[in-house]
Write a protein that binds this ligand. Structure first.
Ligand code: ACO
Length: 276
């Protein structure tokens, strides 16, 4: 499928040397996330998972916003008058991509926060593996400012990354904060000047593209799943996951790594990766 055909009306997809750029594409609405956008995102993410042009997915926004959150008009107004089944379906489509698909996605994901990031936008931000923000990006849990709670799954999502005192402060005040503060809060890995945002994000994507993709996938998934497990469960699961990784890895990375370190002594794992 051509990149231009993938995204539909609300999402733009571009491929560039192993990177799939997925852009929320409603710049006139500050990329507010509508039900239509959810449907487009589900289709795009589903397709990219098995598209060899996508080694890493970078999620960002077209124009001046990353995303101004849920589309208050299209999402809330349009479903308020509807039946509970319609509401349930609308919420389900949003959850499907913002949380379920992104949280356990087969390809590595980086959120590139280029501008406004409010409310509901925290969910896809947090569910991506990594996040880089522009120092000029503006974040806010603005729900309280228009009389609702950080719902969907926002309150849960922020509790996985933010310190409780700080999360509560922003939930209760709705105060805005910038990219550097988002870095201090642990919401993004780094905040960089706006003119370096793309360059730095691509640099990180390139590092990921050099790794053994099977092992990288298993490592990401294992980390995300053990967060919800006890120590006992984690030990059992991780041992099984490590064995499974060896079994499913067509590259036989573990074998190569061991042999290049112990037998041929051609590399030091502490300094960098084995020769693929
Ligand atoms: N839902 C629906 N429409 C939106 C949203 C949104 N979340 N955000 C912006 N828009 C629309 C505006 O209504 C406007 O539409 P119009 O051109 O048809 O009038 C257009 O996008 C441009 O928005 P402006 O407000 O004119 O843009 P400005 O650059 O002045 O401000 C800002 C940008 C600060 C992001 C502002 O739009 C805003 O506060 N948006 C809402 C942010 C928010 O609180 N989101 C909800 C969080 S809660 C949740 O997600 C559940």
């Amino acid at each position: 499928i051509e990149a231009s055909d993938l995204g539909g009306e609300n999402v733009k997809v571009e491929f560039e040397d192993g990177i799939a750029w997925v852009k929320l594409n409603r710049p006139d609405k500050r990329n507010a996330m509508s039900v239509g956008l959810a449907e487009d995102m589900i289709r795009v993410l589903d397709a990219l998972e098995i598209d060899d042009r996508a080694g890493v997915v970078i999620l960002t926004g077209e124009g001046e916003a990353f995303s101004a959150g849920m589309d208050l008009k299209d999402f809330f107004r349009a479903t308020d008058g509807g039946s509970d089944i319609q509401r349930m379906r609308a919420y389900r489509s949003t959850r499907a991509w913002q949380w379920r698909l992104l949280m356990h996605y087969a390809k590595p994901t980086i959120a590139m926060v280029n501008g406004w990031c409010f409310g509901g936008a925290f969910t896809p931000l947090i569910c991506c593996d990594l996040a880089i923000a522009s120092e000029d990006a503006v974040f806010g849990l603005s729900e309280i400012n228009w009389g609702v709670i950080p719902g969907g799954v926002v309150s849960k999502a922020i509790s996985t990354l933010m310190n409780d005192r700080k999360a509560m402060y922003y939930v209760m005040t709705g105060e805005k904060f910038g990219g550097k503060m988002a870095e201090q809060l642990g919401l993004v890995n780094e905040a960089v000047p706006g003119d370096k945002l793309r360059e730095r994000t691509v640099e990180i994507a390139r590092v990921l593209l050099e790794k053994n993709p099977t092992v990288l996938r298993q490592a990401r998934m294992a980390y995300k799943y053990v967060r919800e497990m006890t120590w006992e469960e984690s030990a059992e699961y991780l041992t099984a996951k490590a064995d499974q990784t060896t079994f499913v890895d067509p590259e036989k990375g573990r074998e190569k790594g061991l042999s290049q370190f112990l037998d041929t002594k051609t590399y030091r794992p502490g300094h960098g990766a084995y020769k693929r």
